[in-house]
Design a protein around this ligand. Structure first.
Ligand code: ATP
Ligand code: ATP
Ligand code: MG
Ligand code: MG
Ligand code: MG
Ligand code: MG
Length: 266
């Protein structure tokens, strides 16, 4: 009966359940990573080590949170798709969001030195997070297409922007001014004619982001077809090739259409 007199304050904590039977997407994004990337000497426009560290943290999060089926990452952000039927933390909004965000952040710090052995962390990085609830597969598909279109648009801009600075000797202000109002074809042309860069030959990861999918692995034949729980493992795969002109129709793998068996969650 400890704290009886005070226990009423608990009633001010309101339940915050997420709608049942809907897809949950949790998107994390580095807080002020423009500054963080500067202060830690990220290569511009794309630091491969930083992207690999993001992938590592995301993969660790998927190992910890078994109901995440798919993740998509670009720049300082990662989106995680939870299965529709997830009952993780009884679908409590704050609990899922804060636990995943802090787990991812801790992994980012924990694995930092593997990717940046010569760059000590100068201050603690942080990530913001949000959960978006989607009712349909179509919306999920469009969500990932939207993020991937963003990757493409930003990368084309940044690649041209940094070429103007690093190879063209422009200041950041001048480079922004050069690019103002330009369409995609103009940037391609500028990259090729002024700097000899064929945008199509740039790393797929930079243009399309990275995808981590949870694969359901069929039981070994030695199991003699007994009805075992499927084991799962994670793979990192590049997004399918797409035409540059239509990133909105690009090939992020479809989210699982048949929902795999429920895995226990706490
Ligand atoms: P906010 O807190 O609002 O998210 P932000 O500074 O993090 O602010 P974003 O729009 O998230 O702004 O952009 C992230 C920035 O981090 C990029 O513009 C880029 O400067 C930098 N960045 C992130 N990842 C990389 C990377 N792998 N290589 C180089 N720069 C990166
Ligand atoms: P949940 O994820 O629901 O919060 P939990 O295991 O963290 O689960 P809490 O009710 O938050 O449960 O209790 C935290 C537990 O962590 C304590 O019961 C205790 O076992 C342990 N713990 C936390 N801080 C200390 C500490 N300073 N010294 C020893 N044990 C600690
Ligand atoms: Mg943000
Ligand atoms: Mg950010
Ligand atoms: Mg960002
Ligand atoms: Mg606790």
């Amino acid at each position: 009966m400890a704290g009886t007199k005070f226990a009423y304050v608990r009633n001010f904590e309101l339940p915050d359940p997420l709608l049942p039977d809907t897809y949950l997407v949790c998107r994390l994004d580095g807080h002020s990573f423009h500054r963080f990337s500067d202060e830690h000497g990220f290569a511009k426009p794309n630091d491969e080590r930083a992207l690999q560290l993001m992938d590592h943290a995301a993969k660790s999060a998927m190992i910890e949170f078994k109901d995440i089926m798919l993740a998509f990452g670009e720049s300082d952000e990662f989106s995680f798709l939870f299965r529709k039927s997830t009952n993780l933390y009884n679908r409590r909004h704050s609990k899922i969001l804060t636990t995943l965000t802090s787990y991812f952040t801790s992994c980012y710090v924990l694995y930092w030195s593997q990717y940046f052995p010569d760059t000590p962390l100068r201050y603690p990085p942080s990530f913001d997070g949000r959960i978006i609830v989607y009712p349909t597969e179509r919306a999920i598909r469009d969500y990932f297409s939207w993020r991937q279109a963003d990757t493409h648009i930003n990368n084309l801009y940044n690649t041209t922007f940094w070429a103007l600075i690093q190879k063209g000797g422009q200041t950041t202000t001048e480079a922004h001014a050069t690019l103002r109002g330009t369409v995609s074809a103009t940037k391609h042309e500028m990259l090729f004619s002024r700097f000899g860069i064929n945008y199509n030959e740039i790393s797929q990861r930079f243009k399309k982001g990275s995808v981590i999918v949870r694969e359901i692995v069929a039981p070994e034949s030695s199991d003699k077809g007994e009805n075992l729980e499927p084991s799962m493992h994670l793979t990192r795969s590049e997004v399918n090739k797409t035409r540059e002109e239509s990133p909105e129709r690009s090939g992020v793998p479809d989210p699982p259409t048949s929902i795999p068996p429920h895995s226990p969650s706490t």
